[in-house]
Ligand binder design. Structure first.
Ligand code: ADP
Ligand code: ZN
Length: 519
């Protein structure tokens, strides 16, 4: 008596019911149809091809870019009594031969392989001599240059259908906007295949954006609210992961850093310690996390702005996989945008590709600067309509009140005008607040009429409002002149022509209601 899919789920994975969409996807695959599956990280993509692999004769080939994870995935399957193996460069030739034999004899159900391995030497011919019944293309967005993680070696998969016209392909990804989805299907030569989109909503994740000033004290405050709870701090550079981890260690937190520059043994040690809760905090570059299966990560902090919404969502998605509440914090300031723009401008990409990266960055910026429910913004990015505000983001919890910021803006703009448009944010704030620091006095800025006119606001408040002004286009910034502020037509309308400006009231972190409740 062959197993039903429900029985296979129970027997091999120990689960009683399928999650939404899994059953439909499995039925589609069992009918021999191609399809594309979009499910968030932790959503349960693997079951969608592993159950069909178990129910059918023959071999399921899983194509994955993550060579480092294949071993773990295969071991997990074997622990569940499933015949699985992988092919990659870490195998000795006798180990490889034994995999070939098992595949030939039909003793394997699942075989994991990286795309470059599949297309090297005579591997493809070997595969054709086996009874391949399904291809599962994991991280399928890597095939598309419209996605955020294009990998040229994935392009070779475009010929898969030519080599195996009768074998169905299931493509899976956690991140792909509409354009990328269409491109994935086109590249794989399965344009008409149905796409299954599971909900991307993760209501247990709280969403907060904080100003990126004084990040360490803010992190310390945050950690006080999360005693001993495991979490990840993502940083842009290796150097930052090291300094942040060191500061946390100095404050007696069990923290360590993780990045691709560390030795493999150090990395696997840190990863293991984190999995076993021997260290509480991993401070990492994006090198950390792909496929990490730790379900009780209680929080994720982004120390720097990610380049796009897909990456951001994937990274925060590593929190709260067990479904219990988890908190996410993004630190954001206009310098992050500057830095990301510089990275794009200085990259080796084609102009079209740069345009795309800029557009993606712009969406990330819109999320960070949102005055609307942040979850609505995130989900709309993945083309999911949301009826109601979520109640679990900082905007929902602290709706921002607006006020007439015209006078405030005039003070700042006149400060910029009177210094000949030569000052950047720090100096401008010092002038407005009447600070008598050396650099300021040397330039004679204490004799300006604007000196000290903004004493009523603190430095962090000024920084926030200047960022808002910049973001609403009432002044410009010259990145190539030490980030000096520049006046534009709108600036002069506010200064001279009675144009008014609304700003959103800034609530410092220490005064936020949400901090007590959400964090
Ligand atoms: P993804 O590849 O989409 O990130 P996984 O396939 O690794 O996610 O699944 C995430 C977790 O959810 C795994 O621990 C998996 O065993 C579990 N899971 C998958 N399907 C179900 C289900 N139907 N019921 C309960 N848990 C499930
Ligand atoms: Zn919300």
């Amino acid at each position: 008596m062959p197993l039903t899919k429900e029985q296979a789920l129970k027997q091999y994975f120990g689960y009683d019911t399928f999650r939404p969409q899994q059953a439909e996807i499995i039925d589609t695959v069992l009918r021999g149809q191609d399809c594309l599956v979009l499910m968030p990280t932790g959503g349960g993509k693997s079951v969608c091809y592993q159950v069909p692999a178990l129910l059918q004769e023959g071999l399921t080939v899983v194509i994955s870019p993550l060579i480092a994870l294949m071993k773990d995935q295969v071991e997990a399957l074997r622990a569940n009594g499933i015949e699985a193996a992988y092919l990659n460069s870490s195998l000795s030739s006798s180990e490889q031969d034994s995999v070939f034999w098992k595949a030939k004899l039909g003793e394997l159900k699942l075989l994991y392989v990286a795309p470059e391995r599949l297309f090297s030497g005579n591997t493809m011919e070997l595969f054709k001599s086996w009874n391949v019944q399904l291809f599962a293309v994991d991280e399928a967005h890597c095939i598309s240059s419209w996605g955020h993680d294009f990998r040229p070696e994935y392009r070779q998969l475009s010929s898969l259908k030519n080599h195996f016209p009768g074998v169905p392909v299931i493509a899976l990804t956690a991140t792909a906007d509409r354009v990328t989805r269409r491109d994935i299907l086109g590249q794989l030569g399965v344009k008409k295949a149905p796409t299954f989109v599971a909900s991307f909503d993760r209501p247990n994740l709280s969403l907060t954006v904080l100003p990126s000033r004084k990040r360490l004290p803010q992190i310390e405050q945050f950690l006080k609210k999360h005693p001993n709870q495991p979490g990840i701090i993502y940083c842009l550079s290796r150097k930052t992961t090291e300094t942040v981890a060191a500061s946390l260690q100095n404050r007696d937190f069990r923290a360590d850093c993780y990045h691709a520059g560390l030795s493999a043994s150090k990395r696997s040690k840190v990863q293991e310690q984190f999995l076993n809760d021997d260290i509480q905090i991993i401070v990492a570059t994006i090198a950390f996390g792909m496929g990490i299966d730790k379900s009780n990560v209680r929080w994720v902090i982004h120390y720097n702005l990610p380049p796009n919404v897909e990456s951001f969502y994937q990274e925060i998605g590593r929190a709260g996989r067990d479904g219990a509440p988890a908190d996410t914090v993004l630190f954001y300031g206009y310098q992050d945008i500057v830095m990301r723009q510089d990275m794009i401008n200085n990259s080796e990409q084609s102009n079209d590709q740069k345009e795309l990266l800029r557009a993606k960055l712009e969406r990330m910026k819109q999320y960070a600067e949102a005055d609307l429910c942040r979850r609505r913004i995130l989900l709309s990015y993945f083309n999911e309509a949301v009826e109601k505000d979520c109640g679990n983001c900082d905007v929902c919890q602290n709706p921002r009140t607006r006020f007439d910021g015209t006078l405030l803006a005039q003070k700042a703009l006149s400060g910029i005008a009177r210094t000949g448009e030569r000052v950047a944010m720090g100096m401008l704030i010092d002038i407005l607040r009447g600070s008598r620091n050396r650099a300021l006095l040397d330039r004679g800025y204490d004799r300006l009429p604007t000196f000290g006119v903004g004493r009523d606001l603190r430095g962090d408040e000024w920084a926030e409002y200047l960022s808002q002004m910049l973001n609403s286009g009432v002044m410009d910034i010259a990145y190539d002149e030490g980030h000096a502020f520049k006046l534009n037509a709108l600036s002069w309308q506010i200064l001279k022509e009675g144009k008014t400006l609304e700003l959103a009231r800034y609530i410092p972190f220490s005064e936020r209601k949400a901090r007590e409740e959400a964090l």
